[in-house]
Design a protein around this ligand. Sequence first.
Ligand code: PBE
Length: 270
Amino acid sequence: NPKEKLGPQINYTITGIDAGAGIMASTQKALTEYPLAKNKWQLQTSSTAAMTSTLDKAIKYKQPIVITGWQPHWMFKKYPIKFLKDPKNVYGKAEQIHTITNKNLKKKDPGAYKLLSQFHWTPSEMSDVMLQTNAGVDPAQAAKNWIKKNPKRVAEWTKGVPKGNGKTLKMTYVAWDSEIASTNVISQVLDSMGYKTTIQAMEAQPMWLSVAKGSADATVSAWLPTTSGIYYKQYKNQIDDAGVNLNGARVGLAVPKYMKNINSIDDLVN
Ligand code: PBE
């Protein structure tokens, strides 16, 4: 029975990403709730790059693997993988990615705030940019290419927005592929309107802190309600939620589709 053998085959290890990611906190919770930890399971911290390279090898040799997975991300396009059912709803249902600004931005720079609050696109549009960067295109260039191909979308975001006239705007993000894509795209759209945008990558916690404190003006990297929920709760009085920039994100544990008997997190324990 392949189900019984899974744990020992992969050393009871879930291959994770960077420690600050919300998906890691949710997985720690899953370890307790299912209960995986009691059954020897552990979560390995690494990075997105290390995780996807371990996944790449496992798929190549058709070996079992359990990863922390999320969408939108090119891993779901490149590899035959599936989310595990989450009957205890630890990872939440669909997530949205929100645009979060410092409390003062609305007053300080209503034009930039308006543009940021009008920023909205689809998982498939975001994936267009991610697939380019995954293929080796520089993120700024990938964003440029996408903007050039999607003038109608960009016109929606800039509608009614006054010219920036050189006003500066500091954006911060976490270097996840999805946020590298969105941040490069929106900062270039802002620049095309005459703003001078800087983008700075940080870990999740300092990113939220810098937007709350005002050392950064905005981020488009807030996965809510579950994944970044703890940061949102912590800083909600110092920030504005400028709205959802992407619907239909999802977070959970994932395995290759050839692991036919493993369809739910419960199947890891039974
Ligand atoms: N992620 C991708 C992040 C948000 C974006 C799911 C890896 C996380 O905090 O888990």
